[in-house]
Design a protein around this ligand. Structure first.
Ligand SMILES: Cc1cc2nc3c(=O)[nH]c(=O)nc-3n(C[C@H](O)[C@H](O)[C@H](O)COP(=O)(O)OP(=O)(O)OC[C@H]3O[C@@H](n4cnc5c(N)ncnc54)[C@H](O)[C@@H]3O)c2cc1C
Length: 421
């Protein structure tokens, strides 16, 4: 009898603790009853900035990163100083990771027959990607924002046409009042909404080298005219870049102008990755001046990726509660493919907006107000006007003048037009 009573008591206790567990689980952050204030997909510059700012606003924030660490592929490693860096990282913190400063630029015409040298008003800062990401992480660690690695977001949870959270690749559902897409150039969530990444992204090969002994310590560029390489007659217009990093290190690469290639389909194609690499090694071996700069250098990193710098997605919130930022919406300066500052600016703006308006239930009116307020910002207008001006210059070079010979013949005119900008 005593035993029976005991076991009845135990059953009651265990029922009670099951109920407690269940209600604890229901109240866990990320459940439908207790959603995060903000879920961020992607821990690059945009996602980490949003995590930092959300944490500073005391929001409950979760960052999901598909890789085993934040942003493992080294992307942009040069930037122009902008207020956003001190706002997010602290005053003068960039000095800690700067390896080289330069305001000088040299643009070479096809085959390096002519050049144009200019000086920017302020120097560009050269730094290491990993150290930059470490700085962002150190700021996130000062807040209560959570980061989950090896956590790939595969889709959104949509209820009554409003985004209510994310589904992970593992099948787990996580609820959040707002979701930010900071997945970069080939976002899964953007693909699900038919974002035109084939027109947004420019293929690029990036190489980091040591033992570089160039004679020019500014940034140097070489324009490639469409169809101008005899070993790749259908190769599209593009640009080779050489960014010295100090101490004999340098970043070099080749980027295709997707927007121009798409207008020249009768004479060129976007190359496959294999073709891009084949042409890249030929350029390193034979392209005038560039091949000399590459002699005796040693590769420390090489990879193929894309830069989202050919088209800006018009709507930063295509579904109520689902923000797009950074590379995922092509929010990159088209002139120099700089996207670090702009990714961080739009991410910060979005989180400040959520916090100041205390938004927990999105509706069409709130979406309209957000989209209108982003479009009014200086940084948003800058990205759009930069895209327009750059398109004008590229059309003139690659559609109007088109051939290497013509571009070289009109180089003085190109120089004058550039200086007038
Ligand atoms: C070769 C190269 C050179 C560049 N040079 C410069 C430069 O000199 N200066 C400059 O300002 N900009 C430069 N850029 C552009 C700049 O790097 C990008 O605009 C910027 O990194 C975009 O930031 P982001 O946070 O939006 O995306 P990303 O930096 O691409 O970060 C996206 C993150 O999301 C993660 N992710 C993706 N999908 C998922 C998913 N489904 N679930 C979870 N996580 C996911 C990725 O692993 C990654 O960590 C360069 C880019 C490249 C590729």
């Amino acid at each position: 009898m005593v035993n029976q009573e005991n076991s009845e008591n135990q059953r009651n206790q265990s029922n009670q603790s099951n109920q407690d567990n269940q209600s604890n689980q229901e109240n866990l952050l990320g459940s439908p009853q207790t959603p995060y204030d903000l879920i961020i997909s992607g821990a690059g510059p945009a996602g980490l900035t949003a995590g930092i700012i959300g944490g500073r606003h005391k929001l409950n924030v979760l960052v999901c990163e598909k890789a085993e660490r934040a942003s493992p592929f080294p992307r942009g490693e040069t930037l122009h100083n902008a207020r956003i860096f001190s706002e997010v990282l602290g005053d003068n913190v960039l000095n800690l990771i700067t390896t080289h400063l330069t305001a000088a630029r040299k643009f070479n015409s096809p085959n390096a027959e002519n050049s144009l040298e200019i000086y920017r008003r302020s120097p560009s800062i050269v730094y290491s990607w990993d150290r930059f990401i470490e700085l962002l992480l150190s700021r996130i660690n000062e807040t209560s924002t959570e980061i989950r690695y090896n956590t790939e977001v595969s889709s959104t949870i949509i209820e009554n046409n409003v985004c209510k959270g994310v589904r992970l690749k593992s099948g787990e559902l996580i609820y959040g009042s707002s979701v930010m897409v900071a997945e970069g150039h080939n976002s899964k969530l953007g693909q699900a909404l038919d974002f035109p990444y084939a027109s947004i992204n420019c293929p690029v090969v990036k190489r980091l080298i040591s033992n570089f002994h160039g004679d020019y310590m500014g940034f140097e560029y070489f324009f490639l005219a469409p169809g101008s390489l005899e070993y790749a007659p259908r190769f599209p217009p593009g640009i080779i870049f050489v960014f010295p990093r100090g101490n004999g290190n340098c970043e070099v690469g080749l980027m295709i102008f997707t927007d121009m290639a798409q207008r020249l389909t009768s004479i060129c194609d976007i190359p496959s990755e294999d073709e891009l690499l084949r042409v890249w090694s030929k350029l390193i071996a034979t392209y005038p001046r560039f091949s000399d700069l590459m002699k005796n250098t040693e590769i420390t990193f090489e990879g193929i990726t894309q830069i989202a710098s050919a088209k800006v997605v018009d709507n930063p919130m295509p579904v109520p509660g689902l923000f797009f930022t950074g590379g995922a919406m092509g929010f990159v300066e088209h002139s120099g493919s700089s996207g670090i500052a702009s990714s961080m600016q739009i991410a910060k703006f979005a989180v400040d907006h959520i916090a100041s308006k205390k938004i927990s239930n999105w509706n069409k009116y709130l979406v309209h107000r957000y989209v209108k307020s982003v479009r009014k910002t200086k940084f948003y207008k800058h990205i759009l006007s930069n895209a327009r001006k750059t398109a004008f210059g590229k059309k003139f070079l690659f559609l109007r003048l088109r051939t290497s010979e013509n571009i070289n013949k009109n180089w003085n005119f190109v120089k004058a037009a550039y200086k007038l900008q």
